[in-house]
Unconditional design. Structure first.
Length: 293
């Protein structure tokens, strides 16, 4: 009789333990449902694998759970925006030629204070501020760098040729006359003869007009023929330059370009030429995007 009571007591203990196990998740626990992980990026997706459906799945509803993913996936979102980090100069040999690109879609993103960090070497740097409208030969006020939908920022390791990070505009091509930029600046400046039609005197000699029509786009005229009539000089020197271009065209609908040039002001290269993994990290410490090459 005692043996029978002992058997009932043992079965009761098993029943209680079983109920407790079921209430704490049973076979549906993460450790038993998806016991393995794919390697994190760039070698894998970071998602769990396994069926994810135990024999008690009916107790939790018929819907299947979505697999988890890591925040290191390129193209991760910040607020309503999608941010993509790209590598563009893996074989650069100078800090002025080494750069990565941040592209934004879907919403505006303030990237000031975000960090770029190598998973391989641990080197990192912080994105600073820039001039939304830079002027030549003067100190430019700086503010946060905010990328609008469809815009990009070219993040160059070296120093700015004009002393500041800046947003491109239709006159920025003038900067490239005396400084080298990598990648090269677009030359969207109004042609000199277009400026002549808008702002030039109506009674210039034909020789002046001929010279201006032949003048290259996005360049100041630094040398004029001695045979050129003196009436030409005021227009050529005062109107065909960057600051005057900005003053005359800053209200144009196509004045603003969809690109920033951001400079980290580092004297040496940051990224490996190959087998590199770079994280873009926001101010909260979240990895927004990762590029691998």
């Amino acid at each position: 009789m005692n043996a029978k009571n002992d058997l009932f007591f043992f079965l009761f203990i098993l029943f209680v333990v079983g109920i407790a196990w079921l209430l704490t998740g049973g076979p549906e626990k993460l450790t038993s449902r998806n016991p393995f992980l794919f390697p994190p990026p760039p070698l894998g997706t970071g998602t769990t694998y396994g069926s994810g459906e135990g024999w008690l799945s009916f107790l939790k509803g018929s819907g299947k759970e979505k697999p988890s993913t890591t925040s290191k996936t390129p193209g991760a979102t910040s607020a309503s925006a999608t941010v993509q980090l790209r590598s563009s100069s893996a074989k650069a040999t100078k800090p002025s030629e080494e750069y990565v690109t941040i592209e934004v879609k879907g919403g505006a993103v303030d990237i000031t204070g975000w960090r770029l960090k190598s998973q391989i070497t641990g080197r990192e740097t912080t994105i600073g501020k820039g001039a939304a409208l830079a002027y030549s030969a003067q100190v430019n006020p700086e503010s946060d760098i905010v990328l609008q939908p469809g815009e990009k920022a070219v993040i160059v390791t070296g120093r700015s040729p004009i002393g500041v990070s800046f947003r491109l505009n239709k006159c920025s091509g003038y900067f490239a006359q005396f400084q080298k930029f990598t990648p090269s600046l677009p030359k969207h400046c109004p042609a000199p003869d277009e400026e002549l039609d808008l702002f030039g005197p109506k009674n210039l000699p034909d020789a002046c007009i001929d010279f201006i029509e032949r003048a290259p786009r996005c360049q100041m005229v630094v040398s004029m023929p001695t045979t050129l009539p003196p009436e030409c000089v005021p227009f050529i020197t005062e109107k065909l330059n960057y600051n005057q271009c900005v003053s005359a065209h800053r209200s144009d609908s196509d004045f603003i370009e969809h690109e920033w040039r951001v400079y980290l002001n580092r004297p040496e290269e940051l990224w490996k030429a190959q087998r590199e993994v770079i994280d873009l990290i926001d101010t909260s410490g979240k990895v927004i995007s990762t590029v691998t090459y």
